[in-house]
Design a protein around this ligand. Sequence first.
Ligand code: SF4
Length: 490
Amino acid sequence: MGELDHDDLHQSCHEACGVFGIFGPGEDVARITFFGLYALQHRGQESAGIVTADGERLTSHMRMGLVAQVFTEEDLLGLRGHIAIGHTRYSTTGSSKIYNAQPIIVRSPTCELAVAHNGNLVNASALREELVEQGCQFRTTTDTEVIARLFCEGPGTHLVDRIRLAMSRLQGAYSLVMTTKDQLLAVRDPLGVRPLCLGRLNSAWIVASESCALATVGAEYIREVAPGEIVKIDERGIESIQAVTSERQATCLFEYIYFARPDSVLNNRLVYQARQEMGRELAREHPADADIVIGVPDSAVPGAIGYAEESGIPYREGLVKNRYIGRTFIQPDQRLRDIGIHLKFNPLPEVLAGQRVVVVDDSIVRGTTKRPIVRLLRDAGAREVHVRIHAPPMVHPCYLGVDTARRSELVAARMSVPEICEYLGADSLGYLSLEGLVRAVRVAGGSLCNGCFTGNYPVPVQLDLDKFAFEQARLGEREGGERKARVSMV
Ligand code: SF4
């Protein structure tokens, strides 16, 4: 996404986890999973982990940090087996702590299961309370553990039966990749909120959040995991079970706008092409009298190219992004904080000076970084700055796996478009309409989630749901916690 949105998007509307799994006898499954996670790094930068299975035991390695920081060659050599699952995390439920890193492993007398989750349950609190009443002691503060325990501890003799039963109780978004000692499983919620796809690498099967991860490891894209489907892969082959039939689908629109990589395919449409089309729609809806079009790198560039093509205004690169800026634990001093935006972008005055500039971005969340971008462009000599956003105003938070700001922090929930324009210091501001966005995505509007734009979520949401709700519960359980655990966590 652009950056205020890069401001915004990278700081307050973080991507929400990437999952990867492989069933590959004879393959170096840990190494392939490492590179799969590398391709999914954009979906979560807080922690990463891999669990392997060799038919007898599960082995895990996970740490806080980026994929490249978490694994050494030695770590990968220690991860043995013919099955592997991996996870990159950005926290949507539970804080960013090592005890919340994934994949998580649960063990009971009859089940051993590792789970990697992308999404967010909206009824996790109620389910968790019920499990605690039954004697479960939770080790993490994530909704993923709620899912894992239901799958491991629920009624039913076989794991697939327990998953099917639990799916009828889980509400919200969950794309899951799981492994037992000898089976790889993939599960997608009945609404299909978060993406999940299936691929083939020689005789190995792969499941990944996005098809870009398949391409990275040289695998062939086969298809999406269907909403409500369980895919089970073991030495007997692959089995598809349509566990829950959904009345509707609700793919997250933000996957198209910002989260997914442009080289991924969602619903048979290349994300890059969808973003270009958003730019074309935006140019039709909000034309501008301008000399050049620029995009806020990297995610808004396809939209800017689309805007330029449709409007006939030449596309230029006016901002250069430091692609290696990631999460840093080193705090800048005040002077550096004051020039903080330059850590991410530098303008090209030779391109911008004297020009009337259309700057395309993918969204505005809080608005606090778009303002410095407009200032940066003016300081570099831009005569006029016309901001164009290839998404509608974000006026509601997400409860389905994206950590947006609270409603009170969303600039579009507090201000009208002209007020935001003034706040940004722009000459004009135009947002793409929801209708234009849906046309660009080319999926029927009824099959998409648009909750953060309209407040109409595909499942009932608890409006005061707190990402850290379980932290208190964890404390309480620990303090009063002599309840006997029926399931031990590893
Ligand atoms: S509320 Fe918005 S960000 Fe969340 S799933 Fe729906 S479309 Fe995506």
